[in-house]
Design a protein around this ligand. Structure first.
Ligand SMILES: Cc1ncc(COP(=O)(O)O)c(C=O)c1O
Length: 334
């Protein structure tokens, strides 16, 4: 396929939408803690960056033209980012989602793109990723001029985090000691860790995953909160530079989301709660005579999680009392 220069110009012009997201200081004993508000991206999540990076690179290489149908598997945010950008570019887009998507996000997505494919069958780990990927392959085989952005292996998505997400961080800080990053496709982890290790040679990168995800070798288990974890190891993980891994439970995630809101005034989604929970778990070990500079990202807003993470009835239904009490005795649901 040849390069469509008008489409190249159009996608390059969209770079104006991706401005630097704010960094805010939070108070946590013994740490200089900072949150970078990725939910301030125009479509509402960190996924605006890889969506833009993957589309732009493929258009510049001539792999996407005006008659291309873009296809992608997503837990929600990437689908919405791609849907909005594809609309801007006049491209067709088919997202493949699963039942763990937030109902709010699904509603917005259905309004943003003509066709949404939702898989219902769980894979052999009890989750949906492998089913989604199978459906993507079928769709690509059945659709003329289809293009799978493939966030799990895309160097273009990773490079968007290297250049944009981490490029901004390198300009916003003069010192960084620890950066905590949630992992799903590992695109953020790979891009950000490489750039920040160059900018701050002593920085420690802490990867955060949820129990039930297999990314760091744990046993698979059914999971309910989208945006973090995976039921197979993403190829991009091999590109990441990781010093430490912290695993958190979904109940710790829920508890941490509420603490972020009530204690720090940050209304964020599930994966942000997972990362904040991991920081709390490590806080004592990180303290030193000079408080370390610790950064985490707020991947998306809490609004899409009102029916799940922030809904006590959903939490009680999803995590039966016995399990909840033994795992997280101090959890306040109201
Ligand atoms: C809300 C949210 N947080 C974190 C992530 C993890 O980012 P990555 O896929 O780059 O590992 C995602 C990815 O889907 C996400 O949607």
């Amino acid at each position: 396929m040849s390069v469509d220069h008008e489409l190249v110009a159009r996608v390059r012009a969209l770079a104006r939408l991706l401005r630097s997201t704010p960094v805010v200081p939070l108070e946590l004993d013994g740490l200089r803690l900072f949150a970078k508000l990725e939910y301030c991206n125009p479509v509402g999540s960190i996924k605006d960056r890889p969506a833009y990076g993957m589309l732009r690179a493929a258009i510049e290489r001539g792999e996407i033209g005006r008659d291309t149908t873009v296809v992608e598997s997503s837990s929600g945010n990437l689908a919405l980012a791609l849907a909005v950008l594809c609309n801007q570019l006049g491209l067709s887009f088919v997202p493949v989602i699963d039942p763990n998507i937030s109902p709010t996000l699904e509603r917005i997505l259905s309004g943003a793109t003509a066709r949404v494919v939702k898989v219902e069958q769980r894979d052999d780990t009890g989750n949906y990723l492998k089913t989604r990927l199978g459906r993507v392959r079928e769709l690509c085989a059945a659709t003329p001029n289809s293009f799978w952005t493939n966030q799990y292996a895309s160097l273009d998505g990773m490079n968007a985090h290297y250049t944009l997400t981490a490029g901004e961080i390198a300009e916003q800080f003069t010192r960084l000691d620890y950066v905590f990053l949630g992992v799903s496709s590992a695109g953020t982890l790979a891009g950000v860790s490489n750039r920040l290790k160059e900018a701050f040679p002593g920085v420690q990168i802490v990867a955060v995953d949820v129990e039930g995800s297999v990314i760091f070798g744990g046993p698979p288990r059914k999971r309910y909160i989208p945006g973090i974890g995976a039921s197979q190891v993403p190829p991009l993980l091999a590109q990441a530079r990781v010093d430490d891994v912290v695993m958190v439970s979904e109940l710790e995630t829920i508890h941490a989301c509420r603490e972020l809101l009530h204690r720090h005034g940050i209304f964020a989604g599930g994966s942000t709660g997972s990362v904040y929970a991991a920081i709390k778990k490590r806080a004592r070990a990180l303290r030193s005579a000079t408080p370390p500079h610790v950064l985490f990202l707020c991947y998306d807003r809490g609004v899409a999680y009102l029916d799940t993470v922030y809904d006590p009835a959903w939490v009680s239904r999803t995590f039966p009392t016995k399990h909840r009490d033994s795992e997280q005795p101090e959890l306040q649901l109201a």
